[in-house]
Design a protein. Structure first.
Length: 202
C-alpha cells in the first residue's frame, strides 16, 4: 500500500519525523511533520518557521467507513499551540493526505547559528475502524553566521574598508592603514576618534 510520508507533501519542505502505520485498528495511518524555514534575522536572532502535521492511509479498509467527521487534533511547536483540526478526514483513498495541524511563527537561534524546537501532534478519529495518531520530536536548523568588521578612517586619511568574519573563527586586525597629520596610529578603537585603542595593530 502507499506510504506517502516518505517524501514531503509540500515542495521545498523537509520531513522532521514520520511514524508509519500508526495505530492498531482496522485502518492504519502514517503520520508525519514537515517544515520549512525562511531567511534568518541576524539582528534579533530569529528565523521564520512553518510546520505541518499530516496523515495518510497506510493500509486496511478503504471503504466509506474510512471517512470520519469526528476527527479532532492538536499541534504545537516550541510549546506554542498551532492550528489543529476539527471535522472530517478522508481515509477512503490510498495516498490522500489529511492535514491535522499547522504552525507558523518565529523561533530563536543562538549566536552560533543553531536552533532546536520541540513539536508535538495528536489526533483522534472517533472511529472504531480508524486508528488515531501521535508524533513528537525536534526540528533543528543551523546557519553559517558571518559578521562584517568595518574599518573607518574617522577624521584621518585613507580608504575605509571591511572584512567578513565567520562566527567563532579567529581574526587578526589590520595594521596602520590610516594616517592623520600630527598623529601616529597605535591601535583600533570601537568609537571613531575617541583616542582609546581597544585592539592592537597587526
Amino acid at each position: 500500500m502507499a506510504n506517502r510520508s516518505t517524501t514531503p507533501h509540500n515542495s521545498g519542505y523537509t520531513i522532521a519525523k514520520r511514524v508509519d502505520g500508526s495505530g492498531t485498528n482496522g485502518v492504519r495511518i502514517n503520520v508525519w511533520v514537515e517544515y520549512a524555514v525562511g531567511t534568518p534575522n541576524h539582528t534579533n536572532h530569529t528565523v521564520p518557521l512553518t510546520a505541518y502535521f499530516y496523515a495518510d492511509l497506510k493500509d486496511g479498509y478503504t471503504s466509506s467507513t474510512s471517512s470520519t467527521s469526528g476527527t479532532t487534533s492538536s499541534f504545537s511547536v516550541n510549546g506554542v499551540a498551532g492550528t489543529g483540526h476539527s471535522g472530517g478526514c478522508d481515509f477512503r483513498t490510498v495516498g490522500k493526505v489529511n492535514q491535522w495541524g499547522y504552525w507558523s511563527g518565529n523561533i530563536s537561534f543562538s549566536k552560533n547559528g543553531t536552533a532546536s524546537v520541540a513539536f508535538s501532534g495528536t489526533a483522534k478519529t472517533h472511529s472504531t475502524y480508524i486508528s488515531g495518531g501521535s508524533i513528537s520530536g525536534n526540528i533543528s536548523v543551523s546557519y553559517t553566521l558571518n559578521f562584517t568588521i568595518s574599518y573607518n578612517k574617522g577624521s584621518g586619511s585613507g580608504t575605509n574598508t571591511s572584512d567578513t568574519q565567520g562566527f567563532g573563527d579567529s581574526y587578526t586586525t589590520k595594521g596602520a592603514i590610516f594616517s592623520k597629520t600630527g598623529y601616529t596610529q597605535t591601535g583600533w578603537s570601537l568609537d571613531s576618534d575617541d583616542g582609546v585603542a581597544e585592539y592592537s595593530l597587526n
